[in-house]
Design a protein. Structure first.
Ligand SMILES: *Cc1c(COP(=O)(O)O)cnc(C)c1O
Length: 456
């Protein structure tokens, strides 16, 4: 057959649309997208026909249109099972939400709400106050504000309090949080001028004091949340920094990062500084994330003096970085658990931190009974820029699979992807971060991937 003949053998778009397969595509993806995908698939087929043979063009065009449509309609944002043992896994969406938080989101999502409505007055209200009473009660702060995330909280704080003026910070705290988010860059964005003091490992109170001048707006303390400097180090206490700031009529702002409200040391971890401690030490404003150790939705929370919070609320940027109604609903539901005193029982991040070793051992053993392998000792980490270097003893299921890299890739390709760790030739599964409802799916997926290997 000549190329011309072959090209003429290409089916017409209309013929394909009217076929059973075409009708199915229309039912699933709609007419417009289906026509576009078929045209695209026909163009590809035409190019390949010019280059040589193409068996069964019709089937090929239909199936390539289908995979194109599936890719287009499918989301790259999917639920996965986290078997890594990293509790606040930044790449896997940080904190899973409490049941109450999920219900609260659903409630405001499906209908109208009092997002900016005051029921008593029957008039316009403000979204900026929904979580405030709880945040004040839980942290002891005078006032509180919730924005989109902690990076936004920091930009807002620096813009509102220090634009065109100087912010003094230790060289040991000029940190990069991850994803290219660097404190010095954030400060530049806010229009505040950075004044670095001390050295990477040692900064003393008089280093700060010498840097204070006419143009100084505030002292900034940033929690070194994702790294640790050990050895010959020195840094003044937050209380001493606060006293120094206040002697000079300045604010002390503390970027706490993780925002623990409970003491991590109770669970055998190192002590992560809490929001309450930071305020008690004299910080005038403390900012932290909603979805790290707080265990709630993505949010940036600022607590502290009313004079500061009022200025933040009135700043034009406040509108640009405001929190949405779903996050606010989830945050309020999460905070209620802290106020009520049942956070460790209700909030997944804390449930995972507090999980008893015997329970982890039992779960790992039940997996081993179903899947083979061996239960070994290991360590889970908190992650998410909290408690660098600290870990919790755990029990792991270790599977010896030749070609571990290909095996974990198969686990990721499963309908419910499972994310596991590799150590040497072994694939490790940590029960600590696998949610109660996910265990059956994990076992089924691992079994299917093992069977696939056996067939290969
Ligand atoms: C995580 C972190 C941030 C950024 O918080 P997001 O909520 O991710 O925007 C800022 N500062 C510190 C110290 C952090 O640990």
């Amino acid at each position: 057959m000549t190329t011309d003949h072959k090209l003429r053998s290409l089916p017409a778009v209309d013929t394909l649309l009217n076929s059973i397969e075409g009708q199915q595509l229309i039912a699933e993806f709609g007419r417009v997208a289906t026509v576009a995908a078929l045209r695209q698939a026909l163009n590809d087929a035409r190019r390949r026909l010019n280059d040589g043979e193409l068996p069964d063009v019709r089937t090929l065009v239909l199936s390539s249109a289908r995979s194109q449509l599936s890719r287009e309609f499918g989301s790259s944002l999917r639920a996965v099972i986290n078997a890594t043992g990293v509790i606040i896994h930044t790449n896997l969406g940080r904190a899973p939400l409490a049941e109450s938080a999920r219900r609260a989101m659903l409630e405001v999502a499906v209908g109208y709400s009092t997002l900016e409505y005051d029921l008593d007055a029957g008039a316009r209200g403000s979204r900026l106050h929904h979580a405030e009473a709880l945040l004040r009660a839980v942290t002891g702060a005078e006032a509180a504000l919730v924005v989109n995330n902690n990076a936004a909280a920091l930009v807002l704080l620096l813009s509102a309090l220090a634009q065109g003026r100087e912010v003094v910070i230790s060289r040991g705290q000029l940190i990069e949080i991850g994803g290219g988010f660097r404190i010095p860059d954030v400060m530049a964005q806010s229009g505040a001028r950075l004044v670095e003091v001390g050295t990477t490992n040692r900064t003393r109170l008089d280093d700060y004091e010498r840097a204070i001048g006419e143009a100084t707006a505030l002292l900034l303390h940033a929690h070194a949340s994702n790294f640790r400097i050990v050895g010959f180090t020195e840094t003044p206490s937050l209380a001493d920094m606060a006293a120094l700031a206040h002697r000079h009529g300045l604010w002390l702002v503390d970027d706490l990062g993780s925002g623990a409200l409970l003491d991590t040391a109770v669970y055998g971890l190192e002590h992560e500084p809490t929001v309450q401690e930071s305020l008690a030490a004299g910080a005038d404003a403390v900012c932290f994330s909603g979805d790290k150790l707080l265990g709630g939705p993505q949010a940036g929370i600022v607590v502290g003096r009313k004079a500061i919070i009022d200025r933040l609320r009135q700043h034009p940027l406040a509108r640009a970085v405001r929190a949405d109604k779903l996050s606010l609903a989830a945050l309020v539901a999460t905070l209620r658990h802290y106020r009520k005193g049942d956070a460790v029982d209700a909030i997944p991040v804390w449930q995972m931190i507090a999980r008893p070793l015997e329970e982890l051992q039992r779960t790992a053993q039940s997996w081993a009974a179903e899947l083979g392998g061996e239960v070994i000792e290991g360590e889970s980490t908190v992650g998410g820029g909290s408690l660098p270097g600290a870990s919790l003893p755990t029990r792991l299921l270790a599977l010896d699979v030749p070609g571990a890299t290909a095996f974990v890739a198969a686990l990721r390709a499963a309908p419910t992807p499972v994310i596991a760790r590799i150590s040497g030739q072994r694939v490790l599964f940590d029960p600590r971060t696998v949610l109660p409802g996910q265990e059956a799916a994990l076992v089924a997926t691992v079994r299917a991937c093992l069977a696939q290997r056996a067939d290969a």
